[in-house]
Structure formats: structure tokens, C-alpha cells
Design a protein around this ligand. Sequence first.
Ligand SMILES: Cc1cc2nc3c(=O)[nH]c(=O)nc-3n(C[C@H](O)[C@H](O)[C@H](O)COP(=O)(O)OP(=O)(O)OC[C@H]3O[C@@H](n4cnc5c(N)ncnc54)[C@H](O)[C@@H]3O)c2cc1C
Length: 501
Amino acid sequence: MKRKEYDADVIIAGAGMGGLSAAAFLVNDGYRVLVLEKSHVAGGCSSSYYRKGYIFESGATTLIGFDQHQPLRLLEDKLGITIPKIPLIPSMTVHMGNKKIIRWQDRKMWIEEAVKHFGEPIEQKRFWELAFKVSDVVWKVSASNPFFPPAGVPDWLRLLNNNPLDVWVLPYVLESVRETAVSKGITNPEFFRFLDEQLMISAQSPSFDTPFLFGAPAITYTNYTNYYVPGGLIEMIKTITGFIKKNNGRVLTREGVTSIEKENDSYHVRTSAYKSYKAKALISNIPVWNMAEITSGKMLKYFHKESLRYERAWGAFTMGIVTDDVYPENLSLHHQLHFDHDIRIPGIESGSVFVSISDINDQKRAKTGERVLNVSTHAFPDFWFQLNGNYEIVKKNAEKKIVSHLRAKLPGFSGAEIKLLFSSTPVTWSNWVYRKKGRVGGIPQSMTRSLLDWTPNQTPFPGLFLCGDTVFPGQGIPGVTLSGFNVYLRAVKHLKNILNH
Ligand SMILES: Cc1cc2nc3c(=O)[nH]c(=O)nc-3n(C[C@H](O)[C@H](O)[C@H](O)COP(=O)(O)OP(=O)(O)OC[C@H]3O[C@@H](n4cnc5c(N)ncnc54)[C@H](O)[C@@H]3O)c2cc1C
């Protein structure tokens, strides 16, 4: 095979954390990689943007994944890079009625805190100790099974290498988080509401519909080390793109992939910059829903079928706010603020809002004396796309209601001077990270989907692979980083196979 006929060994479509991780692992092994990103900036939903002198997070604000067996630990260790970050204690505060529930990282302190607010000490202890155990096994097992879901006999055989002592967690795929809590004797309905809202921001699904196997890592993510990236998550993205470029990879922004075609053993990609590129393999970090729009023939059929399986997905209503620095000393940087039961906001489909505040010493994001807030909550994408003439009115109403919620619940905010405020709906999101209908946050976990029922990273088209939060292992920065690692191994296997023929 003549290397020069190709623009790269692997083209990566989309520079979200999934695609960038795959690219970084590939260049580290000496492969020629070309990353094509539609936006003017890399990072997608885990990046930052500059507006009127301030830096806002584009989507994600909480960061875990650097502890033992976790994907960002693997990324840093394998590449020899260090993402700039500072650990956060506590991880988060949940405001529920008059309760201020502090999500301590320390497991013993957290169980004591849960008991303080929800009672039932023996039952709470049993539940959380099980959740920690299952979660630790899930992280360990997912790190050692990069070829899951299996895409052929060799992948099935690899599963035999797993430690039989870990198999005990598997039945928890059939039991919901709510069922597990009840089986441990928990009866407090307030605790179930707490679980629902915590799971909505991690598993995208409430406790009765989240299998405990996935729900355990989701409800315990505050019990691993949580980090803050000074300057915003764009600094994490810059570290990774810097590594890719230093190792002769290319990351081209403002080059949206407009078509993907298979030509014999290679992939031919056209972009919005009227350019075309050819590579031996293609990794798509573009959500499965979007793939049908840029493929044709059998590929289109495949992606159309896959995306129909995941029509149920969330959008986000998000806000960027700048205020003067009126917050109590040592206030957590992350807050989940429950709505009181009687609050209904048209266009918002959640029982809470999530607020992240820039670190007091982070002068890149706001000057001394000011703080930047990122606010997010769940929304139905279709609702916002169907508003037509009412769109601005409904958006302003949601903004107003959320601000009055912050005034009532977020410590310090009642006296804050708002210096800048703007909001984004699923319509904004679809024009920003180009995700169909502004669906973000990945595929919600569900009791109705089996472990093997996820879109796999290997497609039926040799050399075409998928990563990101619409394929296994799912959402969040750690999930998509792991997907980047898994797909890198698949791509390397494919490239080696071609070389041997
Ligand atoms: C509001 C919000 C809050 C969140 N909070 C957290 C959190 O606190 N912690 C956490 O871990 N996770 C959080 N998440 C989830 C997390 O951000 C995502 O799951 C993850 O970043 C998705 O990464 P990805 O690589 O799959 O996709 P994306 O980040 O969407 O990246 C895909 C990339 O592909 C590009 N693209 C799209 N179409 C094309 C095309 N045709 N050609 C070329 N490029 C294209 C996009 O511009 C984008 O850069 C949050 C998400 C949202 C929306």
C-alpha cells in the first residue's frame, strides 16, 4: 500500500473529547491523523467559549476520570501529558427544600451526610456501600474490556479473560437504582427524589429507569476526585490538541464533513471548505443521529436504523451569567438546586437546575471581584423547535423563572448584581455543536435496553468506526474518552490487518 495516496491513515470527523482522545492515542503510536471539525473551535460539549471578556463552559462543567482505572488517568499516563486541573472539595452541594446536602468525596463522610438528611442509617449504609463496590468494579472492568460490545468471535473470547470474581455485578443490569434502594430497605420518598435528580445529570434517566449497573457509577461520581480546570475546559482541549499537533497530527477547524463515501478499501470525505480527503480508516465522533445526513446507500440505511432506536434523548436549556463576587467563602463550585414541587416552567423538563461557578482565583474566566456562572437544565428538543413566533417570549420567561429560582436558592445570589446574562435552547445547541435537534448529553440509560443493545463502535463497514456519547460506553467526559481509547484499538487492528494483506 502506498502511504502517499492517502491524506492520512485515519480521518477523525468531529473534535469532541471522543474524537480528540482517539486522535491523540493514534498519533502517539505514529499514525498519520487528520481531525476535521465543523466549528471554529475544538472540544464540542466539553470546551469553553469567550464572550464579552469572560470565559464560559460550552456544556460540561464537572470533571472526573483521573482516579485508578478511569479513562482520563489512562489518557494522561499513556500520552505522558498533564491536563491542568485542581481537585475540588466538596464535589457538589444539593439544595433540596431547606436541606443543603454536601456531596463529600470521602465515602464515610458522604454516608454520614446522607443519613443526616434522609435517616434510615442501616439501610443508607447498605445501599451506598453496595453502590461504591459496584461502581469500582464497573470502572475496572470497563477499562479492561476495550472490545465491548463484542463485534465478533474473537471479542466474545476476550470476555473470558475477565476475573470471574467480578461477575456478581452483572445481575444489576436487570435491577433499577430505585429497586436496589428499596431492596436495601430504603423507604424515604425524599431520597428517591434526590436519586432521580442526581441520576438525571449523570445517567440522563431517573432512578426507576436506570439499571443499577450504570447507575452506581453515576450516583457515586461525586465520590471520586472531582476537578476544576482553571481557564475552563478549553485548557484541557488545548492540552490534547497541542499533543496531537506536536506528534504531526492535523486538527482543522471550520471543516465540517459533508459526505462520507467508501471507495474500495478507503474512505473519501468531503468538507464544507470544498476540500476532499482520503484515508484508510475513518473514525466518526459525529452523533449517530447526524450520520444519516452525510452518508448514502447502505451506510445511510444503517445509520438511519440505528438513530431510530434512540429518538428519545434530551436537549438542554443553558444560561451564562456574570455577577459580582457576592458568594460565601468556601462555597462549593457546583450546585444542584431542586425546584419546589409547584414550579413549572414551559420548555423545562427537569426537577432542578445545575449551577457551576468559576473559581474565585480564576482570573482567566472573570476578573477579580466577578464570577462566571454556567446554568443548565433538561429540555425537550421538539418543544423548542416547534415554537415559531413564541420562541423569544418562552425563552425570556424561562430565563426569568430560573433567575428567581437562583435568587431564592443559591447562597449569595439574592444580592448579586447581574452584569451579563444570556441563554441557549436546543435550537441554539443545534447551531453550535451541530447535534441533530440539539440533542445533547448522550443516550439516556434505560431498563428497556440490554447491555449489548448499544450502537457498537465497530460498524458493518470495515474501517469505519464510531466514538462519542451516542455509542457505547456512553455519555460524559470519562465515557467518551474511554470510547476514544476503545475505537483507537479497533482502528489500529484494522490498519494492521490491511498492512498484512
Ligand atoms: C449542558 C451540558 C452539561 C454537561 N455536563 C457534563 C458534566 O458536568 N460532566 C461531564 O462529564 N459531562 C457533561 N456533559 C456531557 C458531555 O459534555 C458530553 O457527553 C461529551 O462532551 C460529548 O463528547 P462527544 O465527543 O461525544 O461529542 P461532542 O462534544 O458533541 O463533539 C462532537 C464534535 O463533532 C463536531 N461535529 C458535528 N458535526 C460535524 C460534522 N459534520 N463535521 C465535523 N465535525 C462535526 C461538533 O462540532 C463537535 O465538536 C454535559 C453536556 C451538556 C450538553
